[in-house]
Design a protein around this ligand. Structure first.
Ligand code: SF4
Length: 645
């Protein structure tokens, strides 16, 4: 039987296990990336594990989430990150140089390589045929030290693209269509592999818009085969020699197939406040828009902003709408500036912003109360923009430009006198490299820790008895943004876990952190898809610091589930009846000897709630169980090193 492209790359990197769905496999990692919100903990853990040099082909530290400097904390963090990159041998991308995924794809992403990143949109270079997976920071730390990355072999789904996009439909509409059909849970446990005749009609950056936002489907990753489009892009970024042709075998067998006829697509839009609330733009036309933002790692490339510039050329944006363009990389800004497009956009009424995540996580450009903000981003979870009860819509750059011109949601097909800009790549992606410091040019060779850099908390070995209060009962789809909000005033404490922990789940219940600390142990209870969203390991680290010992949920999002193991919190799955039977404040007790049950491979646990017994399931590999028993991955890795493992 032939192999899928996913299987071919995994086979090339396999160090343990067999490529059978659901089996745990260990794979060698070629490249790692980390950003500033997750990176400080990555390097503190790297230091705490006693590792002394990066072992992967490429390690890159980006500063993109918090580049605005309100006080010394972010600058302290950035200086620490530069020093860690210098000391241990990673590339360092300075604040302002751009969003990790954009800068990575321009400089390092390559077909056939594996990439592990402590950011959930790490799958972006899947559009170039790289197998790129988002993970918790500690998994990245360990991979950077040269150890394999372990994952359950996902199902491989064939997303067959047919036809060609009509005028005004874009790559963003392809992924919005998939979100409309499959929902934010539709990709869980799956790798989406794109095939079919429609693939060759999409440029590499268009493919990367699709693979980037595959994360919103919950997919482990998404990947495209390579062809002339891939080679063409690599040549334009000056790395044509890194091209290799990668295709699935003709007789490859997939676990499932989805067919998307590109010719049937039309401009789509995700309405507030979930990326899968997708409808045709025409259905919500006329809604007035106070703010438009073009940018982010999904649609912040040169080729995403150029269509906006062309549509706005010689025009005026609406007086009722503030229009902001925030490129994904400084290189994109530089190229657009050199070609005169920045001036054109400014003349049309656009505010041009720094190349940063910024508004995507509520840092800057927070929408006004009760207003509509239209963004080309990938997420519109409630409150993520920096204000609760926000109204954020997600769409393509073309739909955003149409709204900027009209002041209301507008199907661009109904614009008078504006031609469809189409997709155009620059002859050469070319910009200053001053902001990307290679390990050879490192500025520092010792760690520099300012007062905002704390220690890494470590949990003791798993106990035999776990009992305590259901400290918080939550609904379905609780995101890592709910668990640890990513706003400026909170995230600046990312290297200071005791302080950051005070904000844990404050968006759900502002008394939680205090109650948890006081209770010194206890449980979280949640519905389906608990921990969806980002790879933010603080969403497990802070509950661990507060003493949480177990989470009972109907299901877990993949990266967050791994993070719970990594920080010694027992993730137990419960059915709907059990979920309904538990109330906040109930006393919960795991009846089994927990250490014994976890290490012996027991799957079903008895959980006593107010005297009644229920069954909860621990679905975990042997390796995950030993990590949990050790109290988390840091202790486990140290133990392994001491045992010579
Ligand atoms: Fe940055 Fe937003 Fe992309 Fe995350 S999703 S990397 S916050 S732009």
């Amino acid at each position: 039987m032939g192999q899928t492209l996913t299987e071919k790359i995994l086979d090339d990197h396999l160090v343990e296990g067999e490529l059978e769905t659901g089996e745990e496999i260990g794979i060698e990692i070629d490249q790692v990336l980390t950003q500033d919100t997750t990176g400080t903990m990555v390097w503190l853990q790297f230091e705490a594990m006693g590792l002394d040099e990066v072992q992967t082909e490429i390690a890159a530290q980006y500063c993109d989430h918090q580049t605005y400097q309100f006080d010394f904390k972010n600058t302290d963090d950035h200086r620490f990150l530069r020093s860690a990159a210098g000391k241990y041998g990673a590339h360092f991308s300075r604040p302002g140089n751009g969003i990790c995924h954009n800068v990575h794809r321009e400089n390092f992403a390559a077909p056939g390589k594996t990439l592990l990143g402590s950011d959930s949109h790490t799958p972006t270079p899947g559009g170039l045929g790289e197998l790129a997976i988002g993970a918790g920071g500690i998994d990245v730390t360990v991979a950077m030290g040269g150890a394999p990355y372990y994952i359950e072999m996902p199902e491989v789904v064939n997303v067959r693209l047919e036809g060609e996009l009509p005028e005004w439909a874009t790559a963003k509409d392809v992924i919005l269509e998939l979100l409309r059909r499959l929902s934010v849970k539709g990709g869980v446990g799956k790798i989406l592999e794109y095939t079919g005749p429609g693939v060759e009609t999409l440029t590499a950056p268009e493919r990367m818009t699709i693979t980037n936002m595959g994360t919103e489907l919950g997919a482990t990753t998404s990947i495209f085969p390579t062809d002339e489009q891939t080679e063409d892009y690599l040549e334009r970024v000056g790395r044509g020699d890194e091209y290799t042709e990668l295709q699935p075998d003709d007789d490859a067998e997939y676990d499932d197939e989805i067919v998307v006829d590109l010719s049937d697509l039309e401009p789509l839009i995700a309405t507030p406040s979930m990326p899968d609330n997708v409808v045709p733009v025409s259905e919500v036309e006329g809604e007035s828009v106070e703010q438009v933002i073009v940018g982010s790692c999904t649609n912040g490339g040169y080729e995403d902003i150029l269509p906006v510039a062309k549509m706005l050329e010689g025009q005026q944006t609406s007086m009722e709408t503030e229009t902001i363009v925030a490129p994904g990389s400084k290189q994109a800004s530089e190229m657009l500036a050199r070609e005169g497009w920045v001036a054109e956009m400014m003349a049309a009424g656009v505010n041009f912003s720094e190349a940063t995540c910024g508004a995507c996580i509520g840092i800057g450009h927070v929408p006004a109360s009760d207003s509509v903000s239209l963004r080309t981003f990938n997420r519109n979870f409630e409150g993520r923009s920096g204000i609760e009860d926000d109204n954020v819509y997600l769409c393509s750059p073309e739909v955003a430009a149409a709204a900027a011109l009209e002041g209301e949601i507008t199907d661009p097909r109904n614009l008078d006198d504006v031609e469809a800009p189409g997709v155009e790549l620059p002859d050469e992606y070319d910009g200053s490299k001053t902001d990307l410091i290679s390990p050879d040019e490192a500025v520092d060779d010792e760690l520099i820790k300012g007062p905002n850099i704390g220690d890494v908390p470590i949990r003791d070995e798993l106990g035999t008895d776990i009992s305590g209060e259901a400290l918080l009962k939550m609904e379905d789809n609780i995101t890592t943004d709910h668990i640890i909000p990513a706003t400026q005033d909170i995230l600046m404490y990312r290297s200071n876990v005791p302080k950051l922990s005070e904000f844990t789940l404050s968006r759900v219940d502002d008394t939680f952190a205090e109650r948890a600390l006081e209770a010194d142990g206890g449980f979280l209870v949640a519905g389906e898809n608990y921990g969806q969203g980002s790879s933010r390991e603080h969403a497990a680290l802070c509950p661990m610091y507060l003493g949480i010992e177990g989470v009972l949920a109907q299901s877990f999002a993949r990266i967050h589930r791994a993070n719970l193991f990594n920080f010694g919190i027992v993730p137990l799955t419960i059915d709907e009846d059990t979920y309904e039977s538990i109330d906040q404040g109930d006393e919960i007790e795991i009846v089994d000897d927990v250490y014994e049950a976890v290490t012996s491979g027991q799957e079903e646990f008895s959980v006593r709630v107010n005297g009644e017994e229920y069954t909860a399931t621990l679905d975990a590999s042997e390796r995950e169980r030993s990590i949990l028993a050790a109290g988390g991955k840091l202790s486990w890795t140290r133990d392994q090193a001491e045992d010579g493992g």
